[in-house]
Each structure stands twice: as C-alpha cells, then as structure tokens.
Design a protein around this ligand. Sequence first.
Ligand SMILES: [Zn+2]
Length: 233
Amino acid sequence: MDICATNWFQLEAYLKQDDRVILPLGSTEQHAWLSLCTDYILASRLAGEVGELARVAVYPGLPFGMAPYFCAYPGTINLQPDTYNRLLSDILTSLYTSGFRRIFLINGHGGNSPVQAQIHNWLNQHPDARVQLHNWWSAPHTLRLVRHYAQNASHASWMENFPWTRIPGVTPPAHEKPALDVARLSQLPASAVREYIGDGNYGGHYQRSDDDMQAIWQTARQETLQLLEHGWG
Ligand SMILES: [Zn+2]
C-alpha cells in the first residue's frame, strides 16, 4: 500500500488490521556510470514491490544518507551521523505515534548501517516496537547468488547495475576492474578516495546480462518478503 496514494482515513483503517510499515533508506552519491540515486532507486523499488505483494504500507524512501567518503564527487549528499540518527529517530517516533509497531527498513546503502546503534537506543525507549534494518544486497540468499556469478562484485559494479539504475545512452566500460583494497580506502579523506578509486566502481565488471540481474532481483524480493512476513523477533 503506497502511502502517497493513501489518505489518512484509509491508513487509520489499515492500522486496525496491520501494524507493519516499510521505509526504504537510500543515499545520493557517486555510483560510477550508474545513477547517483542508485541506492535510493533499488531500496524504493524493492519496498514498493514487496509492499504490494504483502499488502503492507510503504513510505517514500529517504533519498539521503551518510556518505562522507564520496564528498569529492559532484552530486553526493552527506548527512552527519548525528543528523541521520536524529532524523531516523524522529521518523520512527512518528510512525510509532501513528500506531505502527513493526517497522521494516529496507536499506540500500552500506554507509547507513551504523544507524543500527541508534535503532537499539530507540527500541529501549519503545520496548513494544520492533524494527528490522534489512540490508537487502548483503542478505544471505542474495549475496550467495551474487558471489555465485562473480566473487568480484561491489559498490557501483555490475551487482548494482539493473535496467532501472542505468543512465539511458551511457555504455559502461567492458573490462573487469580489480577489487579495491577496502582497508586502504577506509584510511583516506574524500579527495584521496576519489584519486584512488577513479570512476567509483569498487571492483568487478560493470554489467551482466539482464537474465542474471533479474534472477538476483527475484531472489532479493523473495528474501525480503520472507523477512517482512516471518522475520520479526
Ligand atoms: Zn550502491
């Protein structure tokens, strides 16, 4: 159930028979040859599809997250951890006040994951609520299929290249980029990150067949749906 196509009377009726809600978490940042909004697009699309299958309320996604290491690339929006923690807490509290008790966050961006600590703090204040932070791309079934296709797969590589994250008319490079040294990357300020990673792909080919990508998407959908239906603590 798309919140943007729902009025408050309808939501009030929904809340009498379900207390689940989905909120996609994205980021706007360099994704090499793919859309700057890749993480937002993927989390939002997955949320919309799974929400429709399960008839669960879906909020519009948060387009911005924490991406300090990409600040030297044009287009990146970077929220400070304090800002992001407070933003998410206010959203969780508002959802709780509305009557939601099981909140399912579909996260498209690894850099947002530290917000898990804040979620625990919020849960301590709202002990009857449940929150799942679901990193869809690194969930076991999805990641296993990704690694089955290729070990070398990471940020802005083929594993994020779906028909809906490509830029029309842009053809990415055909070669396989060697995997970056993430331990080295984590030591660098944004300007040196850009110098080191160049176009922004962390490693891997830039594109795979649509059949392979559809298979990954179907797996992610099933895995996400399963957690939304049965993954509550
Ligand atoms: Zn991404």
